[in-house]
Each structure stands twice: as C-alpha cells, then as structure tokens.
Write a protein that binds this ligand. Structure first.
Ligand SMILES: Cc1ncc(COP(=O)(O)O)c(C=O)c1O
Length: 596
C-alpha cells in the first residue's frame, strides 16, 4: 500500500538519504525561474520593476542590482541542495513547485505556495536544537552567567538590529538567534532572583512551544476547541482552590489586567448602566486598597476614568498588612463626603514585602457596606496550593473576585494569569460582551456557550491556561504543593542564615518568599544608625547590584520603600534553586560589598 513519506528525525539526513522525491520539484522550479526571469526582463524599470516587481525583500534578493542579480537569484533557486552555498546554506528564498500553466496576476505568479518549506523546516529544526543546547540544557548550570551585561549602545552594535531590504541566509539567522540568547538575561538560571518569576518548568515550556507552533486564538470553540476546554478545566480547579462552589473567569495578559478587570466589573455591578451611558451622571466613585498595593491599582483607576484621587490608600501595620480599622474609617469618611464607595482591593502577597492582608476582617467590612471585595493574589495565590501555607489567604472564599498568576510562583511561564469571579450569573459576559455577529454567531452548529471570547476585553487571546495545565498534569497537585512548600522552606533557611551573618540585617520576618534585607559593608558596621548611616547605606545596594550584573554572577532586586533606605529583596521560587544557592547569594553579596 502506498504511504506518505515519513517525517525525518534529527539529525537532518543528507540529500541522498531523503525519502521524498526532489528532482521533479527542482525541475519545476527551474521552469518557473526561467518564466520569472523572462517576466523581469520584460518588466519596466522602476524601484522594483527591473527584477522582482516588488517581491525582492520576500525573495531575499537585492532588486537594486536589477536583472542580473534577479537572474542569479532565479538560477540559485533551482540549484540542487548542497550546491547553493559553500556551507549548504539555504536562505529564506521563495520557491514554487511545478505547475503546468503559470497564472500571473499583476505580474505575480500565483501557482503553488511561495514559501520554501524545506528551508523553513530546516531553520526551525536547527533553531530548536540551539534553544535546547543554549537555553534548556544550560538552565541549571551554575557555571553559566545569569546575564552577559552590555550597555545599550554596545549591545545595539553586537546585535545588528538594522532591518534591511534583503533577507539574511540561514546560518546568519542562526547567529542572530545565538546572539539573542547570549545577551538575554537567563531568568531560568538558579541565581536569578530579580523578579516574582524565575526558573524553568519543562512541561509548561513544551506547552508554550506547542501553542506557538499551533498559533491558536482562544475566543471561539470552532478555532480553539482543545484550548477552550483546557481553560475551562483549569479555571474550575482554581475556583475550587479558592473555596468557591462555582464561579467564572478568564485568562488574560497579567495581574495588572486582572485588577483592571476587577475594577471595571465591580463598577458595572454597582451601576450597570455605565456600559451604555458611560461616566456622565455617575456619583464620585471611590475604591480602597492598601498603601502596599500593586501599582496597577493606580493605573487601572486612571485608565478607567475613576481617577487616581479616588483611590484611597489605607494604612498598613509594621508587616505591610492593611489595617481593617483604618479601612472602616476611610469608608465612613468617603460616605460622609457624599462619595460612592464601591470596591475594596485587598492584596494577598504584596509585591515588595510579601504581606497578606487580613481577608476575613476586610470581608466583614465589605459586607457591612455592600462593597465588592477583590483580592489581588497575583503573587500570593499560589500558596492556596499548599495545605501548610494556604492559611495565609484565610477568608479568600469570601471575595467577589480574585487575581491569581500561575506564572509567578507556580512557574507556568509568562504570561499566565487568571481573573476569577464568584458570580455565576454571567456578570462577566454581560459586562464585557459586544456580541460581534461575525465571530459569536448564535446559530452555529455547536453549543455556543463554549465561545467564551466575549467575556474578554481582548479579541485575539493566547491559550495561557494550557501552560499551567501541562505543568499541573505533569506534577500533579502534590507536585505543585511541594513547589510552594520548598520555596517557603528555602526562604526560611535564608532568613536564618541572614540572622547569623555579620553585616546582614533583616528588614522584617517575612510571611512569604520575599526576603528583604540590608547588607551593611564593613565601613558602616561600627557607625550609629542615624541619618548619616542610612544615607550611606542607601548607596550600597545599587552599587552591589551594578557589580553583580556586570559580573553576571547573580541578579536580585533592590528598592527604597516608604522612607527606608535601599534594601535587597530576595525572591525564592524555583525548585532548581538549592540551599547552596542561598549560601552563594550571601557570600557573593559579601564579596562584592566587602571593600565598600
Ligand atoms: C501583587 C501584585 N499584583 C499584580 C501584579 C502585576 O502582575 P503582572 O506583572 O502579571 O501584570 C504584581 C506583579 O508583580 C504583583 O506583585
């Protein structure tokens, strides 16, 4: 029985071994190359007229060299593989398989596809190998640098960023890829602690490769059947972990966007007419969040026309948690002003200190005043996976909505963020839908309740839930729980080491995986902790940061915070990180700062 040619595994076989016929195709190309060459010679002179009729950049040819170059290009395109360039290099040339009757429209040959699939496939294959060798295999190698720092002007030269008329050949493009990897920060390196994400999850990485290759858009079941069902399954499970019986949700591009979704949804619930009538005629809407909230609260308020002055920042205690009595006072104050309080945003896992607001007490206040409670658990939501640590979010089931980013501690890969809503009456859809009749037709042949795209503010949307689903499938709930437990255990280890070491000073006992501390260099150790001491200490963290980045040994963040001098914020996430990396971190900071 005849069968289709099988796909060839790596390494790419030599031409002679290839199981599919090439001769006829090459002959076809030759015919077309000749037809094209004749066509070009007949074509009028002009910016592209002499050679390519405007197709030069796609063909990788330089049309400014006119017909001879075009002819050379055409002649090149029918050469057998291995004879095109000394190294067998195939550029991204346009190629057309054999057709008897060439059809020309506006001087363009329409027969057959115009991409050279063979060259493209080879490029994908070689680039995948490069990614494997240079990114995946090196991700756990501590002898590699975290970053290969270059200042912007130097990096511009090294990268050759210019986009030219003529495309580059295969080997050059691979060099570009190599450069991109080389000069990018290795956020999957065991010593990258700079942000609230780190490490490499192999399973979500494969999911990312798959979705990049499949290129789906998650709005209708007809184009994304698998990914819509995956999203539904993941949302359902996350809702379960929050402790709601049922709910709704949507994956979206980030915790900031989730917070914006929440603000708008709470406002819609408060005054549904806003969708049609807009802001005019509304009372002065006020929302409350803590002084430690993420900056996206301010951005959302300004973006949604609420106004940053109408965000009331509630004071926190010494650990960065919202003080419920202060919230109560601010709500009453707003009411007395004749304003309309409508939303409280509590934070579970603040960005700098990793603090968790007392949700039960905040929920009591919201219930008393009829306010929507949104919990920004973008960072801390992952603690819900741990039976040991989920108490940090005690009371989260009382929230009306939650933002939770599996791309942070659960390492699902940027971006993977869920906005979850307790309401099951289609509030999300009513708030955001626009009923586009070309996309969300109601007379489709399947259950259109699976066309969930109209709940989103986006049209095209990536299947982000799939990354998390793959990791969850691979590790199981217990594996994800273990990931959280280990990150927090390593954080405890680091805290105890900091307490033991001379020259290190904790800002406070952390609740989560943000360990905030100062490094005090020898020259300041005997100095009294007065204004001069703090002014000098303020300069230490940025100077050490510069040294570590230039050396490429380590990356962690620093910041000033509410009147405090610059301090380091170490964030522990990845299971690829070990106790030894914690020790290295302290040794390295000491080494870099010892002479200060
Ligand atoms: C508490 C909190 N909320 C929201 C965000 C924003 O999340 P994203 O970066 O996904 O927009 C962050 C980011 O670190 C955060 O820490």
């Amino acid at each position: 029985m005849p069968h289709a040619p099988t796909r060839v595994p790596r390494p790419f076989p030599a031409r002679a071994e290839r199981p599919w016929p090439r001769v006829k195709q090459a002959a076809g190309r030759q015919q077309l190359a000749v037809a094209r060459a004749q066509q070009r010679l007949r074509a009028p002179a002009g910016p592209h007229g002499g050679c390519c009729l405007g197709n030069c950049s796609r063909r990788g040819l330089d049309c400014r060299s006119r017909a001879p170059a075009a002819l050379r290009g055409a002649a090149m395109s029918h050469l057998p593989d291995g004879e095109r360039a000394p190294d067998g290099d195939i550029g991204p040339q346009e190629m057309v398989p054999s057709r008897k009757n060439v059809v020309l429209v506006d001087g363009v040959i329409l027969n057959g596809p115009t991409t050279d699939a063979k060259a493209g496939e080879k490029f994908v294959e070689d680039a995948c190998r490069l990614i494997m060798e240079e990114v995946v295999l090196k991700a756990t190698d501590i002898s590699e640098k975290v970053c290969e720092w270059r200042p912007p002007e130097e990096l511009k030269q090294l990268l050759d960023l210019e986009l030219r008329d003529v495309g580059e050949p295969h080997h050059r493009l691979l060099e570009r890829c190599r450069d991109v990897i080389r000069y990018s920060v290795k956020t999957n390196h065991p010593r990258f602690f700079n942000q609230l994400y780190a490490g490499l999850d192999y399973y979500s990485l494969v999911a990312r490769f798959m979705t990049e290759a499949l290129n789906p858009s998650v709005y209708t079941y007809e184009v994304s059947p698998v990914f819509l069902l995956v999203e539904e399954a993941v949302l359902k499970k996350m809702i379960e972990f929050i402790g709601w019986k049922e709910g709704d949700g949507i994956f979206n591009p980030g915790g900031s966007v989730s917070n914006m979704y929440a603000m708008n949804l709470a406002r819609y619930k408060y005054c549904p007419g806003i969708k049609e009538k807009g802001l005019s005629g509304l009372p002065r809407l006020i929302l409350f969040t803590s002084v430690e909230c993420h900056y996206s609260m301010k951005k959302s308020a300004s973006f949604l026309g609420i106004g940053t002055e109408n965000v009331r920042f509630v004071e926190t205690d010494g650990r960065g948690k919202m003080i419920p009595e202060e919230l109560e006072r601010r709500v009453q104050e707003a009411k007395k002003e004749g304003a309309a309080p409508f939303l409280v945003c509590a934070t579970s896992g603040t960005t700098v200190l990793g603090a968790f607001d007392p949700l039960d007490e905040i929920a009591d206040i919201c219930e008393r005043h009829g306010l929507w409670l949104h919990v920004d658990a973008s960072w801390g939501g992952s603690a819900l996976m741990s039976r040991k640590h989920r108490r940090l979010l005690q009371g989260i089931h009382r929230a009306d909505s939650v933002a939770w980013n599996p791309h942070k501690m659960l390492m699902a890969g940027i971006q993977c963020c869920a906005f979850l809503v307790k309401d099951k009456s289609d509030l999300l859809k009513r708030c955001y839908s626009a009923n586009a009749s070309y996309l969300f037709q109601q007379d489709k042949f399947y259950d259109v309740s699976y066309d969930t795209g109209d709940k989103s503010i986006q049209c095209s949307r990536r299947p982000d839930a799939f990354k998390f689903w793959m990791a969850w499938k691979a590790l199981g709930t217990l594996g994800l729980e273990e990931r959280v437990n280990r990150a927090l255990a390593l954080s405890r280890y680091l805290v105890e080491e900091i307490k033991k070491r001379e020259g290190f000073k904790l800002l406070m006992e952390p609740e989560y995986a943000n360990i905030c501390f100062w490094y005090i260099p020898p020259s300041l150790r005997q100095m009294e902790e007065g204004p001069e001491f703090w002014a000098k200490l303020h300069l230490v963290a940025p100077a050490i940061k510069e040294r570590m980045v230039k050396k490429g040994s380590l990356m962690l963040g620093y910041q000033p915070h509410r009147g405090r001098a610059n301090f380091f914020r170490q964030v522990v996430i990845s299971p690829q990180v070990s106790r030894e990396d914690m020790d290295f971190l302290l040794d390295e900071i000491d080494l870099l700062g010892r002479g200060m």
